[in-house]
Design a protein around this ligand. Sequence first.
Ligand SMILES: NC(=O)c1ccc[n+]([C@@H]2O[C@H](COP(=O)([O-])OP(=O)(O)OC[C@H]3O[C@@H](n4cnc5c(N)ncnc54)[C@H](O)[C@@H]3O)[C@@H](O)[C@H]2O)c1
Length: 285
Amino acid sequence: MTGLTDLAGGTAVVTGAASGIGRGLAVHAAGLGMKLVVADVDEGGLEETRKQCEARGTAAIAVPTDVSKPAAVEALAAAARDAFGNIQLVFNNAGVLVAGCAWERSAEDWEWQIGVNLMGCVHGARVFVPILIEQGEPAWMVNTASIGGLLSGPFLSPYIVSKHAVVALSEVLYHELGAMKTGVGISCLCPGAVDTGIARSERVRPDDRGDAAPLRSEVEQRFAEGLAAGIEAGMTPEAVAEHAFAAIGEGRFWIFPDPMYRDGFQVRAQSILEGSNPFQALEID
Ligand SMILES: NC(=O)c1ccc[n+]([C@@H]2O[C@H](COP(=O)([O-])OP(=O)(O)OC[C@H]3O[C@@H](n4cnc5c(N)ncnc54)[C@H](O)[C@@H]3O)[C@@H](O)[C@H]2O)c1
């Protein structure tokens, strides 16, 4: 499908925009002359992003939104349409991460991550795709998955499960949007490590989800520390935004800001094709 290049004057909706990659996407879009609708549960961070967008000389509204709630995403779309009319870009980007092994994550740990990471994208598709189709103009949706949506490893199970599902949802949408000749494009953003607040997701955990179940083993604790350090050493959200907008312009589905992780996917795909056991990616001694 032909990409979307003429973005100036259009409107972009970005969820998870109070921090990290979402803020990077929003500010980049503002720099291209797009109007911004930024959404998040973190109202302080959201207002800061809105100001940064406005400082790029464009109009921006902040809409506090919990993407795991269908009615909140519907209200977000209504607010966007009321403010700016037609929408050209939708980034389903909000996400949270809790480390720890599968059987020790609490039901709340699972439900929170699946609710934000996967259901946030599901509600984004349910609510925004019909609007984008009905507008009858070129439009694009980007779902933020992760390289963890194509690989698997230990101690991030709800996150990895949710991200594999976001990849699957995005591919299904690609097929459906194409088969039905909607004129709406979709990309799946699969970053590697990016220097954001994702390893500190507990800061925005809602009270009704309780606290994260503790990490009981030393190996999990060391993994979590290594993960936080790896994220801190990751690429910048601004660089991720550059990759995302280049892909939208070129009509590319896959967005891999960090090519290093493609090797890992090749190893996984090879083991599936051969029927050999998964490569034990993590050795902690
Ligand atoms: N940072 C990385 O290394 C990395 C790698 C791959 C994928 N990702 C993905 O990128 C996306 C953005 O995360 P980030 O790395 O910028 O982290 P971040 O913590 O800096 O930003 C995530 C944002 O999502 C918001 N959020 C959380 N729950 C929400 C909810 N219910 N409704 C609306 N907003 C909510 C948070 O308040 C925060 O502002 C996530 O989907 C994440 O899984 C991040």
